[in-house]
Design a protein around this ligand. Structure first.
Ligand SMILES: Cc1cc2nc3c(=O)[nH]c(=O)nc-3n(C[C@H](O)[C@H](O)[C@H](O)COP(=O)(O)OP(=O)(O)OC[C@H]3O[C@@H](n4cnc5c(N)ncnc54)[C@H](O)[C@@H]3O)c2cc1C
Length: 494
């Protein structure tokens, strides 16, 4: 196994996209087999080592940044298996943790299949998307990564390798899991007792539900319970046609009405994505897309799957709805083929790129939210963010998954005083969203940056219940310490 400790070779492992600067590590291991990963963990206590798992570093929460621990990079475990047809007209594919999402999607597409999860950033590793339950615009229809994982192979913190197909390990009626493992021996622990929020996207803390499946505890656990080595993912037949459109609105009220009607399926529309670009996001994008109509109040991007024969009817339904909601077709950008679709997706991807370029010219980093409310409350979330930022006079943008009442607010401070005020506002918004029944994170996870706010979400009791689960798998605390669970909670609970 390759090991690197030359500072210039491992500097990249001290960062992700969070702007956390305090990472440090003695060195990085690059295992090339699942056994090598398990060996590292099996010997962690006798070697006196703790490990942080590294995916490809596109995470936004500092999850892969080590604070003094060794790093295990998953990049050499990157094999993608062959597509196999399974029951129900679906297919599956086995993928190692270090394979890129974009490579998996290309392979599935070339065989005529479709992997729905589509985080905007496609250069992430599959193992990370499972560990973080990543999602994207198509999650409006298809749900997050969790909904597409049939089975995982995991290296547990004491060195066991456990195969977890969906349906094999279920909590009993009291919520108790029992496992008998070669190295760790008998493990028995209760699932967390907290209730999860009623949002359609939620990625903050361990998943917990009555009669739950062990696989769902690992998905979204951000590497704190084990290392995802491989996953068997479910594929769907590729849709015959996809229509997509960017509809520009002249008033915010009409835009929000359109979202409401699209969510209801008004006139027979059946979107798989409903995404917002607020007026300030469009101002950013004008640098690259001068033809964005003047005077627009915002835009909604939507996609729907169709067939050759149904495409015309599908288009008519959308045009009728757009017309009714004040988004004239001649001012909208539609895509009816793959090139057009790729062009609109590039438009979406361009926004974070332009924001990052802007930030690179500033002294301060952005303050951003990833919170969601129950679906029907999308207007409240938008107005909460918009009104608060206008009151403060911030430079900001609001964009993202409005169909799931999940919006990203990026505050872009121009100086330290604004940054401090933005952080204070973030804290206030967290309190308000949680009080409204929302979630702290709908897709990016908690990592190291947001663990203090997780205490606000679940209370000390909820975090202690997570510690109980963590310690059942990782009694010597060797894996991804500092992620999700604030470290002080390990000390207070033995
Ligand atoms: C421009 C941009 C757009 C984005 N858009 C989206 C989006 O639309 N939706 C979304 O959900 N996310 C999005 N993200 C966030 C990010 O891409 C995802 O969180 C992704 O899953 C991170 O993958 P990575 O390989 O880069 O992981 P890393 O950043 O390297 O690691 C992320 C976390 O996963 C853990 N981890 C990595 N591999 C494993 C493993 N094999 N087993 C256990 N734990 C592991 C790490 O320890 C760390 O805690 C975006 C990021 C950027 C920069």
């Amino acid at each position: 196994m390759i090991y690197k400790d030359d500072p210039s070779a491992i500097a990249g492992f001290l960062e992700d996209t969070s702007n956390l600067k305090s990472g440090r590590t003695p060195g990085v291991f690059f295992p090339e087999s699942v056994e090598e990963v398990a060996d590292l963990l099996r010997n962690a206590v006798s070697d006196g080592r703790r490990y942080t798992i590294a995916g490809n570093g596109t995470g936004t929460t500092g999850g892969r940044i080590p604070f003094g621990d060794y790093v295990i990079s998953m990049q050499r475990l990157d094999r993608i298996g062959e597509v196999e047809e399974v029951e129900g007209g679906l297919a599956s594919i086995r993928v190692q943790a270090g394979a890129l999402l974009q490579d998996l999607q290309t392979k599935a597409a070339s065989a005529g299949w479709f992997y729905p999860p589509d985080p905007t950033e496609k250069t992430c590793f599959i193992g990370s998307t499972v560990a973080n339950n990543s999602s994207g615009s198509r999650s409006y229809r298809y749900g997050p990564t969790r909904a597409h994982v049939r089975s995982i192979l995991v290296a547990l913190p004491q060195g066991d390798i456990l195969d977890i197909p969906r349906g094999r390990y279920l909590a009993d009626t009291d919520g108790l899991f029992t496992l008998d493992l070669p190295v760790a021996g008998k493990l028995s622990f209760m699932r967390p007792e907290y209730d999860m929020p009623e949002t359609s996207k939620h990625n903050a803390g361990y998943w917990s539900a009555s009669g739950m499946d062990l696989i769902d505890l690992f998905i979204g656990s951000e590497g704190t319970l084990g290392i995802i080595l491989e996953a068997e993912l479910q594929l769907r037949p590729a849709p015959e046609k996809v229509i997509a459109c960017l509809a520009f609105f002249m008033s915010e009220g009409e835009l929000l009405n359109f979202v409401e009607e699209a969510r209801k399926g008004s006139g027979g529309v059946a979107p798989r994505a409903i995404e917002l670009f607020d007026i300030r996001s469009l101002d950013f994008l004008r640098q690259s897309y001068a033809r964005i109509p003047d005077g627009t109040a915002g835009a909604i991007y939507f996609e729907e799957e169709s067939t050759e024969s149904g495409e015309e009817r599908c288009l008519e339904a959308w045009l009728e709805l757009m017309d009714r909601c004040g988004a004239p077709a001649d001012q909208s950008w539609a895509a009816l083929d793959n090139d057009g679709l790729a062009g609109l997706r590039e438009f979406r991807h361009r926004l974070p790129v332009l924001v990052n370029e802007w930030l690179s010219r500033q002294a301060e980093s952005k303050v951003s939210t990833d919170m969601a409310l129950p679906d029907s409350r999308f207007r409240e979330l938008f107005k909460l963010y918009r009104n608060a930022c206008d009151r403060e006079g911030f430079t900001y943008i609001i964009f993202g998954h409005i169909g799931n009442a999940h919006l990203h607010l990026n505050i872009l401070p121009r100086n330290r005083a604004e940054f401090d005020r933005a952080k204070a506002l973030y804290r206030q918004l967290v309190s308000e969203v949680l009080a409204m029944g929302g979630t702290l994170s709908a897709e990016h996870g908690i990592g190291k940056l947001k663990s203090e706010y997780l205490v606000q979400m679940y209370g000390p009791k909820g975090i202690s219940e997570m510690v109980r689960v963590k310690k059942a798998f990782d009694p010597y605390l060797v894996l991804n310490i500092g992620n999700l669970i604030p470290e002080s909670f390990y000390e207070s609970q033995t």
